[in-house]
Design a protein around this ligand. Structure first.
Ligand code: HEC
Length: 129
């Protein structure tokens, strides 16, 4: 009986470990970064592109930024980003959000990880070409 049980648990283990549906094989692997690193890499270049008539990058960034917010700040980050998307005064969003949130975020949450979709990153990498 003991043997049967240990065989069974081994099989169940193998089934999970080898199965393509196991937790190890998420369909979309997110890229982990921080707000700081994301900010250093993309919004400035995206603003430059917008000034040259390509607002697609900054619009995409502004649509995504609220997903990087702390839960309790998400509503405000959404409001700031949506406002800039509506008015097309993208730069206003940098100022508003930084004025209200940057100092505290930097001090307390600098190392807090955020998850970004690989599609967004590969799209934004075009800015560096
Ligand atoms: C809704 C919020 C929000 C918006 C909109 C936003 N940022 Fe930020 N940004 C932050 C936060 C929070 C930090 C601080 C991150 C840290 O240091 O941990 C930051 C930091 C930065 C930094 C890092 C350097 C520094 O000053 O500390 C740069 C560069 C930056 N942002 C550029 C931009 C630009 C350009 C825009 C507008 C196109 C923008 N950001 C819009 C929230 C925002």
């Amino acid at each position: 009986m003991k043997k049967i049980i240990s065989f069974l648990s081994l099989s169940i283990f193998a089934l999970f470990a080898l199965s393509p549906f196991s937790l190890n094989a998420e369909p979309e692997r997110k890229i982990e970064t921080t707000v700081h690193d994301f900010m250093e890499d993309y919004p400035k270049l995206a603003m430059k592109a917008a000034k040259k008539g390509k607002p697609g990058y900054i619009e995409k960034i502004l649509a995504e930024i609220p997903n990087f917010a702390l839960e309790e700040q998400r509503a405000k980050w959404t409001e700031i980003s949506q406002e800039a998307l509506k008015s097309k005064d993208y730069e206003q969003s940098c100022k508003s959000c930084h004025k209200e949130f940057k100092k505290e975020y930097k001090k307390t949450y600098r190392k807090r990880p955020i998850q970004v979709s690989p599609e967004l990153i590969s799209y934004l990498k075009e800015l560096k070409k």
